[in-house]
Design a protein around this ligand. Structure first.
Ligand SMILES: [Fe+2]
Length: 387
């Protein structure tokens, strides 16, 4: 421990984990005497029948519900306004997010407006103030294994300038997260790959963060191990409940870890890429991850050597510097195996936009905890390398 000699750990979300665990959700809602849920989700999950499973459970328990299914990828502020209006119009008293980070983040930020009022930009990190009042009771059902928004104090929304702005604080941490393989086992391979690589990015960035601590490091390292052992199977084998469950748990552990430590240059650089070019968050991260690992590895070779071991590499007899290189190769191999594009140009990014992307990157609070000191020139060089 160097960057911070004192640390605290705050992870209040109650988790229900394991295949079939979604069946226990109504007991928790009844315990709180909740009467009417607003389900926050996207149309794809309604069409896939996953939302219907939840509404059936609610109906069996006599809990009313209404559904806002307008969540878009990289959700814009308008989603938050529409969701908030829907909640108020329908007289709901709690939120159930079903989906990945987009649905959960719309639920969190709508919750902020419901109990705090004002505009969502009043709460953006950097330009706004803190979220003073606790959001309504929020239960999150994960259908991907990426953002871990079910346990984090963060929500990311895309503003009118295509900047991905974050709202954060203990008052937006969800009350309950449900990690049930049944809800994620049919994830299409590209989404499984992208969200799994997002979770790996969380774990790696948290592990090497200047703000890491022994608790976060333990969670991050085991998350890396679980992802290395399960992502390929979860993405490629049909209805593999065991691999899916391990990925859900790994994602959440990585979320607990980065809730304590923030992230690093990969997320600082990937948010502008998604905001300006609509590249899925996990894809943008996966493309940038190996480049940023290579940039960072001399700053803390011992930690990258640990990552190589967690990824399953044999480092016996190697120096930390050489073992660190194996961590980069192992991540590159995993991304390639699950079908992530190699370059930002393949993902639709235009090199003319690098200056704007780099300026947005430097606004991120993640750059200051990146283990290697980073200038805007470094960021431009990393984007150019990834094109
Ligand atoms: Fe992420």
């Amino acid at each position: 421990m160097a960057f911070q000699d004192q640390f605290s750990y705050h992870g209040p979300t109650r988790l229900l984990m394991g295949q079939g665990s979604v069946g226990n959700m109504s007991d928790l809602l009844k315990e709180k005497d909740l009467k009417k849920a607003l389900i926050v989700t996207d149309q794809g999950l309604v069409d896939a029948g996953l939302v219907g499973r939840i509404t059936a459970l609610l109906e069996q328990s006599g809990i009313s519900h209404s559904t806002y299914a307008g969540v878009a990828p990289n959700p814009p502020i308008q989603n938050v306004l529409d969701c908030t209006a829907h909640y108020q119009r329908e007289g709901c008293d709690h939120l159930i997010a079903i989906g990945g980070g987009s649905s959960m983040d719309v639920a969190k930020t709508s919750g902020v407006l419901i109990t705090n009022g004002g505009e969502i930009s009043d709460y953006f990190i950097g330009t706004g103030g803190p979220v003073k009042n606790r959001i309504p009771y929020l239960l999150c059902v994960a259908t991907t294994y990426g953002t871990a928004s079910e346990v984090t104090p963060f929500a990311v929304i895309t503003d009118e300038n295509k900047y991905k702005a974050a709202v954060a604080g203990p008052n937006i941490i969800p009350d309950v997260g449900i990690l049930d393989a049944d809800m994620a086992v049919a994830l299409p391979r590209p989404i499984a790959a992208a969200t799994g690589m997002d979770a790996l990015t969380h774990a790696i960035e948290s592990y090497v963060s200047l703000a890491s601590n022994p608790v976060s490091e333990g969670m991050a390292l085991h998350a890396i191990r679980l992802i290395a052992q399960n992502l390929r199977q979860a993405a490629f084998s049909d209805h593999n409940h065991e691999a899916t469950q391990n990925m859900l748990v790994a994602s959440t552990m990585a979320g607990f870890a980065f809730s304590q430590t923030r992230l690093g240059n990969v997320h600082a650089m990937s948010h502008p890429v998604s905001g300006h070019y609509g590249v899925p968050h996990g894809v943008a991260n996966a493309i940038l991850l190996t480049r940023v690992m290579d940039f960072n590895r001399y700053a803390c070779p011992g930690k990258f050597a640990d990552i190589a071991v967690a990824m399953g590499e044999d480092v016996v007899g190697l120096s930390d510097v050489d073992a660190a290189m194996l961590s980069v190769e192992a991540v590159e191999n995993l991304g390639g195996d699950v079908g992530i594009p190699n370059t930002l140009s393949e993902a639709g990014v235009d090199s003319d936009g690098i200056q704007v992307l780099a300026e947005d990157t430097m606004k991120s609070g993640n750059v200051v905890v990146n283990p290697r000191k980073t200038t805007i020139e470094d960021v431009i060089a990393l984007y150019e390398e990834a094109m």
